[in-house]
Design a protein around this ligand. Structure first.
Ligand code: FES
Length: 119
C-alpha cells in the first residue's frame, strides 16, 4: 500500500443513490444525478478539474433531506440542494481554494418575529 496526499483540494460527493419504488426515498429520484452532471460541467467550464473533484457517492444516510452533497475536507453537508443553488455553492467552494477560509454560512436564517400589525 502507498499513501499519498489528496490529489485535489476539494472533493464534492454528490449522492446519486438509486432505490427501487417502494423503498426508502433516494437522492437519484430527487435530482442527484442531474446535480452531479451540472456541477461537473461547471467545474470543467472553469477549468478547475485539477483542484475540485466532483464524485458521485452512494447513500449518505440522509435520504429524507436529499438531494445531498458533502464537501471535503471541510466536512460540510448541503441538503435539499437545487440546481439553482449550484452557482452559489461552487463559488463558495472556489473561494476556499488555495487555503482561503470558508465563507459559507450554515446557520439558519434568523427566526421570523411576528409583530403586531399597525393600528
Ligand atoms: S439516497 Fe442520498 S442520502 Fe440516502
Amino acid at each position: 500500500m502507498l499513501e499519498h496526499a489528496l490529489p485535489f483540494q476539494k472533493i464534492v460527493f454528490v449522492c446519486c443513490n438509486q432505490r427501487e419504488p417502494g423503498e426508502r426515498e433516494c437522492c437519484a429520484n430527487k435530482g442527484g444525478k442531474e446535480l452531479r452532471d451540472k456541477l461537473k460541467s461547471m467545474v470543467k467550464a472553469r477549468n478547475l478539474q485539477s483542484k475540485i473533484r466532483v464524485s458521485q457517492s452512494g447513500c449518505q444516510d440522509k435520504c429524507e433531506h436529499g438531494p445531498n452533497l458533502m464537501v471535503f475536507p471541510e466536512n460540510r453537508w448541503f441538503s435539499h440542494v437545487s440546481e439553482a443553488e449550484l452557482e452559489y455553492l461552487l463559488e463558495s467552494i472556489i473561494a476556499t481554494l488555495d487555503g482561503q477560509p470558508s465563507n459559507v454560512t450554515t446557520q439558519s436564517p434568523p427566526p421570523v418575529v411576528e409583530r403586531p400589525s399597525p393600528a
